[in-house]
Structure formats: structure tokens, C-alpha cells
Design a protein around this ligand. Structure first.
Ligand SMILES: Nc1nc2c(ncn2[C@@H]2O[C@H](COP(=O)(O)OP(=O)(O)OP(=O)(O)O)[C@@H](O)[C@H]2O)c(=O)[nH]1
Ligand SMILES: [Mg+2]
Length: 432
């Protein structure tokens, strides 16, 4: 039997209310030992908490009888006053009652083990807790709601059906009866390949939305790159000076731009230089600009604003002309980081670019984690391998379908052989 665990589920520190969760077979006995008879399930009641005659707190308590709880086990919640002494007193009592502190993520892990959550939903909860911006929140909520689980489980179900077809073709291969089943299995595999490929060809928007999209500010020395990161972050992130070549390291700031998490990087001004340290700065700048978005900042008041820039500089997502206060009108986005002119238009244009990069026109959920990408890559490779096999050897396709199924099943954490039998039995008349 599982041990019973407890943990502070709210943030540590002093607070009006702190929530302590207890899960496992002893949750009910612990609750009644501390708070009296078990209340009705899912109804908050105010109780006096005490242990061995010593008062702990006046607290709201809740009782969830398994399997109707987050973990699927018996679960109790204590909404105590959020002070250190109260917390410690409750923890000591729970320890004395034979419960143990939970490991990180153990409540969600038990929920997965008990079939309350699949892995992608559990990951969605983790993302929801980490979400810093509205867009991250929307994506995490969707995942927690099962959008990804439904998508991947859907593909897995199709693979299971295709496998049934391939297996029927193996069984009846001698008399040619299985030909149509085999053709259908191949068609299904091609179809799923296309779906997976489309899902993966999204330039990492879901992952970038989750982790923060990179925006690298590139440009010649003294264009105002450090002034720009400071203006965007609204704080003094990087040193600004009129000495060209001030910035050498990549300096990053995370900010919420129109609801999207952006990781903006200020970099060394790009130019040919004999200074080894500055040259290293330039190398880092160009390396950092790979992947993510780039903004090219130029000094519009100069006669040759691009002087010194290499011809093979990556095509920027946005070109911005700075120092409009010094004259020299330019076509396009003109700003002055000195006066603040044009800054709001720049933020608008940037938000638009970021939105276009992170939001998709179709409504299907985005790939959010490298773990999923890796498993989908494996599934795709297996399917392509299977489709390349000769049609008189259906067992080869069947084997690759099985590999692809297993890879996708690993994403949601529900690789289950029993299910395969159910599906095959339902769609094919094996006994015939
Ligand atoms: N007049 C004027 N000066 C500006 C403007 N923006 C920045 N500057 C000045 O230009 C100089 C260079 O600014 P920085 O932000 O350090 O430029 P940088 O691109 O980071 O330069 P490096 O780090 O050397 O590559 C500083 O003296 C700034 O005060 C502007 O819009 N107008
Ligand atoms: Mg700088």
C-alpha cells in the first residue's frame, strides 16, 4: 500500500492562509485525529485542530474520499493560518501520526499513477504554476484541459487500428484476403505521418511560448542597442555609453510583451575589430541571433548606418532606425531612445511580430515540450521506415506501427497492451 504523504501546497513564508494537503490511506485517520469526526466529502468546515491535548489552530478542513480526489487517493486539506509555528505544529503532528513529507511533484505523480491525469495534463499543471504571462497561461490551461492528450491519444488510437489491419494482413497473407486491410493500414500510417509532421513543423512556437521567445538586438556599435533593452525592460539592464564597443557580453532581460514572454538580448555592436575581447563579443552576438527573432537597430542620423556590418548578417525580423531626434528621416520604424518618440509604435510592431510567430492560424494545440518532440520524432521515423517496407511483408509495417504507438504512448504515459486487444477485437472479426 502507498505511504501517506503531506506537504505545504501554498507558497512558503508568512501568509494569511496556508494550505497543507495530505494524501494516502491514512489521510482520513489523520484528519479525524486532529480535527474530530470526518466532515462530509468536499464540504469545508471550521474545526479546532489539536494533537495530544495541544491546540494547533482554528482551520478550515476539507475531506475528499478516494477516488474522487486530485490524487485519486483519500485526501485531506487543512487551510491553516499561514504562520511558521502553526505550520510546524501541524507537520510535527502529521509526522507523529506516521505520515511523511511528500517528494516534489508526488501528488501529481500519484494522480498520474491512479489514472486521474495523463502526463501531458500533469505537465500542463506545472506550466500553469510557472506561467508568467497571459499567453503562457492560456497554453497551459489548454494542456491541463487535455488538448494535447486528446491529440496524441487520437493518433495512438488510429495507429492501433492500423496495426489491427496490418496484423489481419499477416494472418491472411497466403490467400490475399488481407490485401485491403493492409492497404488501409498503409493509408492510415501515411495520414498520421502527415499530421505529426505538420504538428512538428511549427518553428517551435509552443516551446517558445512556454520558455519565452528569444529576441536578439543586433546592430553596429553605438546604435543604441543597450538603450533599447533598457527602454523595453523599463530598468537599467545594460551599460549605455557614447564609447563604441561598450557592450561585450550578451545581456538578457525577460519581459512580458503584450502578454507574451520575451527574452530580449542586448549584444555587442557588430563590426570588424582588432580587439580580441570585442571580437569574442561580436561572435557571441551573432551566435545568439541564431534561433528566435532578431531586431536590427541602426543609427538613422548617420550617412552610412550599415557601415561595418557583414554582408551575411541574418535577415532581421524588424529593422528599427534610432536617433530620430538627430534628424535624417528614414522609411520605416523611426524612434528616438533619447526622447521616447516612436517607442510605443515599436512595441506595437514587435508585439505583432511576436504574436504572428507564436500564435497559429489553425486552432490545434501546439507542441510544448522537447520530450514530446523527441517522442514524435521517433514515431515519425518508425512510420516512415514501415511505409518503405515491401507490401508482401506486412509484419515489417506492423512492427514499425507498434514502435510508433509506443513512442506516442510514452508522451501521455499510457502505453497499454490490453487496449490494443480491445481495439482489434472491436474493429475486426477475428473469429470469422
Ligand atoms: N541623440 C540620441 N542619442 C542616443 C539615442 N539612443 C542612444 N543614444 C546615445 O548613443 C550612445 C550609445 O548608446 P548605447 O545604448 O550604449 O549604444 P549600443 O548600441 O549599446 O553601443 P555598443 O554597446 O557600444 O555597441 C549613448 O551615448 C546614448 O546615450 C537617441 O535616440 N538619440
Ligand atoms: Mg551596448
Amino acid at each position: 500500500m502507498n505511504s501517506s504523504i503531506f506537504a505545504l501546497s501554498s507558497a512558503p513564508g508568512r501568509a494569511g492562509v496556508a494550505v497543507v494537503r495530505v494524501s494516502g490511506p491514512q489521510a482520513g485517520s489523520a484528519l479525524s485525529a486532529l480535527a474530530g469526526p470526518l466532515p462530509r466529502a468536499r464540504q469545508a468546515v471550521l474545526r479546532r485542530l489539536a494533537f495530544e491535548g495541544a491546540a494547533i489552530d482554528q482551520a478550515l478542513v476539507l475531506w475528499f474520499e478516494g477516488p474522487h480526489s486530485f490524487t485519486g487517493e483519500d485526501l485531506a486539506e487543512f487551510h491553516i493560518h499561514g504562520g511558521r509555528a502553526v505550520r510546524e505544529a501541524l507537520f510535527s503532528a502529521l509526522l507523529a501520526l506516521g505520515l511523511r513529507p511528500a517528494e516534489p511533484g508526488e501528488f501529481s505523480r500519484r494522480a498520474v499513477e491512479n489514472g486521474k491525469l495523463d502526463l501531458t495534463r500533469a505537465e500542463g499543471i506545472a506550466d500553469l504554476i510557472d506561467a508568467e504571462t497571459p499567453a503562457q497561461l492560456r497554453q497551459a490551461l489548454r494542456q491541463q484541459d487535455g488538448a494535447l492528450a486528446d491529440l496524441y491519444e487520437g493518433w495512438r488510437s488510429s495507429l492501433i487500428r492500423a496495426l489491427g489491419g496490418a496484423e489481419a494482413a499477416i494472418d491472411f497473407s497466403d490467400d490475399g484476403v488481407g490485401d485491403s486491410e493492409f492497404a488501409a493500414a498503409r493509408r492510415a500510417a501515411v495520414d498520421i505521418c502527415e499530421h505529426i509532421q505538420r504538428h512538428m513543423d511549427d518553428s517551435g512556437r509552443g516551446e517558445a511560448l512556454r520558455e519565452g521567445l528569444r529576441l536578439t538586438i543586433l546592430g553596429p556599435p553605438n546604435a543604441g542597442k543597450s538603450s533599447l533593452i533598457n527602454a523595453l525592460a523599463r530598468r537599467d539592464v545594460a551599460i549605455v555609453s557614447d564609447t563604441p564597443g561598450t557592450t561585450r557580453d550578451v545581456v538578457e532581460a525577460r519581459l512580458d510583451l503584450g502578454g507574451y514572454l520575451l527574452s530580449v538580448a542586448d549584444t555587442a555592436g557588430v563590426r570588424q575589430t582588432a580587439d580580441a575581447i570585442e571580437a569574442e563579443g561580436v561572435r557571441r552576438a551573432l551566435t545568439h541571433a541564431q534561433g528566435g527573432m532578431t531586431l536590427l537597430l541602426l543609427d538613422g542620423s548617420l550617412v552610412s548606418p550599415r557601415a561595418g556590418l557583414p554582408a551575411d548578417l541574418p535577415e532581421p525580423d524588424l529593422i528599427v532606425w534610432n536617433k530620430s531626434d538627430l534628424g535624417g528621416a528614414r522609411e520605416g520604424l523611426c524612434i528616438s531612445l533619447k526622447t521616447g518618440a516612436g517607442l510605443s509604435q515599436l512595441v506595437e510592431a514587435l508585439t505583432e511580430k511576436v504574436r504572428a510567430r507564436l500564435e497559429s492560424a489553425d486552432s490545434s494545440p501546439a507542441l510544448t515540450r522537447p520530450r514530446h518532440r523527441h517522442a514524435l520524432g521517433e514515431a515519425l521515423a518508425a512510420l516512415r521506415h514501415g511505409l518503405a517496407a515491401p507490401s508482401d511483408q506486412p509484419e515489417l509495417l506492423a512492427e514499425d506501427l507498434r514502435l510508433a504507438m509506443r513512442a506516442i504512448g510514452r508522451i501521455t504515459g499510457r502505453v497499454d497492451v490490453e487496449e490494443l486487444l480491445d481495439f482489434v477485437f472491436r474493429d475486426f472479426c477475428i473469429g470469422k
